[in-house]
Design a binder for this molecule. Structure first.
Ligand SMILES: [Ca+2]
Ligand SMILES: [Ca+2]
Length: 325
């Protein structure tokens, strides 16, 4: 007997058996339906996902990856292994993955069931958010330039940044890095998150060689993912609630010659997924602490951040911070 003839024979035999069974069942009023075994759902085709920084949200419809023999209504549940990388929202079969702002990977487990006993099936996939890259190095003529390249990654409060001093304070004058938000050296740039009301971060670069003549030069930096509450041009020490940032320069003696300040609230920066550049002539700065605006003898440049709350943090990335032609 050839194989296909044999299969036909077996098929015929099975059909006969089925009919016999149906006939037998027909005699039993308690189970009149044919014996059909309900199958659990099947998940197939899910693959790992890699997302670039700035994706904001990404949607995935599990209905495209789950089938059920009986076409029953499928219900889904999810588990997210790392909420510092992505957060998840599930509405029916539609999964929305939301960016947190940190690179890394999270393992996501989806469980589907058709509602029958012991019919829960699960599958894992990984969502990877790629690391955020620093801006391209500044190629113009710089008098002072912090590019943050080649530094140990981690909190600025734990890892000193050569030539750059960071301090912070709460309103009562206490210094507590954990309460001051975070500035993290990451992948050749700084990540700044400030989410504590009535607290400031003050950072300053004191030039080793003392005062330098920056007449005619510009303050510049690159920024990315700029997310801030409404800046109100107030300093929390003076007025509450104060939410603003500023860059500044001053002579080494803090007032022997002069300096200037420029508030972010006057820059009107917009959120951008890509690196953006800011350049402001030092001559366009306002008076700092009533000192004359004068860039002829600059010994210190700085960045100050005031305010921001847990629900409305000041958050952005910064690179290539310095003084240029
Ligand atoms: Ca089923
Ligand atoms: Ca850099």
């Amino acid at each position: 007997m050839k194989t296909n003839q044999y299969l036909n024979y077996i098929g015929g035999l099975l059909l006969s058996l089925s009919l016999l069974l149906l006939a037998a069942c027909g005699d039993d009023d308690s189970s009149g339906a044919p014996v059909v075994i309900n199958q659990p759902p099947v998940i197939s085709g899910l693959s790992d996902i890699t997302l670039s920084p700035g994706f904001e949200t990404y949607e995935l419809d599990f209905a495209n990856y789950v089938s059920d023999q009986e076409g029953e209504i499928i219900t889904y549940s999810i588990v997210n292994s790392d909420e510092t990388v992505v957060t998840l929202n599930l509405a029916g079969s539609l999964l929305t993955i939301t960016e947190v702002g940190n690179p890394g990977s999270s393992s996501i487990t989806v469980t589907a069931t058709d509602g029958q006993d012991n019919h829960e099936v699960s599958e894992n996939f990984t969502v990877t958010v790629e690391a955020i890259s620093g801006a391209a190095d500044y190629t113009g003529n710089a008098a002072v330039m912090f590019d943050f390249n080649g530094l140990t990654e981690g909190s600025i409060f734990d890892n000193s940044l050569p030539g750059w001093l960071f301090e912070g304070s709460t309103a009562d004058g206490e210094y507590n890095a954990a309460e001051i938000g975070s500035i993290v050296v990451e992948n050749d740039h700084l990540s700044i998150i400030h989410n504590v009301d009535s607290t400031y971060i003050w950072s300053e670069m004191v030039f080793e060689d003392g005062n330098q003549d920056f007449t005619g030069k510009k303050f510049r930096f690159d920024y990315r993912f700029y997310t801030v509450p409404n800046l109100n041009d107030m300093h929390w020490e003076d007025e509450t609630p104060g939410v603003d940032m500023q860059i500044y320069y001053i002579d080494a003696g803090w007032g022997d010659v002069g300096g200037g300040q420029y508030r972010f609230s006057a820059m009107d920066l917009e959120y951008s997924d890509d690196w953006q550049s800011v350049e402001i002539p030092l001559s366009e700065f306002e008076s700092l602490w009533e000192n004359p605006v004068d860039a002829s003898a600059v010994g210190i440049i700085g960045l100050e951040i005031w305010g921001g709350t847990a629900s409305a943090p000041i958050s952005f990335r910064i690179d290539n911070f310095g003084i240029v032609d």
